[in-house]
Design a protein around this ligand. Structure first.
Ligand SMILES: N[C@@H](CCC(=O)N[C@@H](CS)C(=O)NCC(=O)O)C(=O)O
Length: 203
């Protein structure tokens, strides 16, 4: 059975919600409060010290986008558009989330990855509402509705869902983004997302 190493309120929520679309899986929650992700046992599994890790029959796999694509290629093909350009559009959003929007968010609490001075951390934290708002402004006109690309969700919807749960905490005025707000409400009608919420992965 697939096993996911995950933690609430992290990007691993994207994989949790996607797995809940119909995959038989088991979870191992990593305790960030005690820094479990930095301990030797966990580093042996993922030397990057991050979640998520999906343990496949062939071994562990890291990186949210890679894990989602693996699930799309194996258990959840319904979340991957058949058309090559549409599939590339899905990936376009996923790469953006991985390389830009998630990184924007990380500047709030994880400034020590890039700097050493408290004043630098404070500066990075202060910038987060602006950068996350800019990311929302970029995504807003691309949301076709009711899902990102139309009537059915793709892997990118699940990726964005995890990040969308950070927005208010990151100082984004979400009411300025009606498409994003309606899209999130649609995601939360799905049984997979409802299960994710009921299992305490958000909040
Ligand atoms: N590029 C990785 C980033 C994973 C990542 O940064 N996860 C965060 C939680 S959102 C984490 O595990 N942080 C633990 C830490 O920084 O100690 C991915 O997309 O999977």
């Amino acid at each position: 059975m697939l096993k996911l190493y995950c933690a609430p309120n992290t990007i691993s929520v994207a994989v949790v919600a996607a797995l809940n679309e119909g995959v038989h899986w088991e979870q191992k929650r990593i305790d960030f409060k005690s820094g479990e992700q930095t301990k030797p046992d966990y580093l042996a599994l993922n030397p990057k010290g991050r979640v998520p890790v999906l343990v496949t029959p062939e071994g562990p796999l890291t990186e949210t986008g890679a894990i989602l694509e693996y699930l799309g290629d194996t258990a959840l093909p319904q979340l991957v558009p058949a058309d090559p350009l549409q599939k590339a559009r899905m990936r376009e959003v996923m790469y953006y989330l991985a390389t830009t929007m998630h990184v924007n968010h990380a500047h709030k609490m994880r400034g020590y990855r890039w700097a050493d001075q408290q004043s630098s951390y404070d500066d990075m934290t202060a910038k987060v509402p602006e950068t996350m708002t800019a990311s929302c402004a970029y995504l807003e006109p691309q949301i076709v509705g009711p899902y990102l690309f139309g009537p059915e969700p793709t892997l990118a919807d699940f990726y964005l869902y995890a990040i969308s749960c950070w927005l208010e905490g990151d100082g984004v005025k979400t009411s300025d983004f009606p498409n994003l707000t309606a899209w999130k409400a649609t995601m939360e009608t799905r049984a997979s997302v409802q299960k994710t919420l009921a299992d305490g992965f958000v909040g």
